[in-house]
Design a protein around this ligand. Structure first.
Ligand code: FES
Length: 133
């Protein structure tokens, strides 16, 4: 996914073990960072359903992110929803330099981001699923 933004250092590889997740905040963006069997992923830490916060406890340590609010399930590697289907988390690009983990944070203000991104899902992907009708 391509979007304007800047990379911010979150932590080092030594700070996040396999099966672990951490929640960060950069420029008011909540970021969920995951280590999935050695694969580092980052997502905007808000659920596509109703903005539930996906904190460290949302990650099952293996392959799923489960929103604590209404229990939507996402594939931790891809961010795509599994239950229900046809939705996705917003993936944030990860860059590893040496031992440091950087994540690309969108450059627009977070309120504008929320309006645009979740508005898109309300009009598009989620319509027709019966979830929001
Ligand atoms: S807010 Fe996440 S499942 Fe409803």
């Amino acid at each position: 996914m391509n979007y304007p933004g800047e990379f911010a250092k979150l932590c080092s590889l030594d700070d996040i073990y396999e099966g672990e997740s951490k929640l960060f905040e950069v420029k008011k963006y909540e970021i969920l960072l995951l280590n999935i069997k050695g694969n580092i992923r980052a997502y905007y830490a808000r659920c596509a359903h109703a903005l539930g916060l996906l904190d460290e406890n949302s990650f099952d340590g293996e392959g799923k992110i489960i929103c604590p609010v209404h229990l939507w399930e996402y594939n931790a590697l891809t961010g795509e929803s599994e239950n229900p289907k046809e939705s996705t988390l917003f993936p944030l690009e990860v860059k590893i330099e040496g031992n440091d983990i950087f994540v690309k944070v969108p450059s627009i203000p977070v309120l504008e981001f929320k309006t645009k991104w979740f508005g898109m899902y309300r009009r598009g992907v989620l319509n027709g699923t019966g979830i929001n009708s």
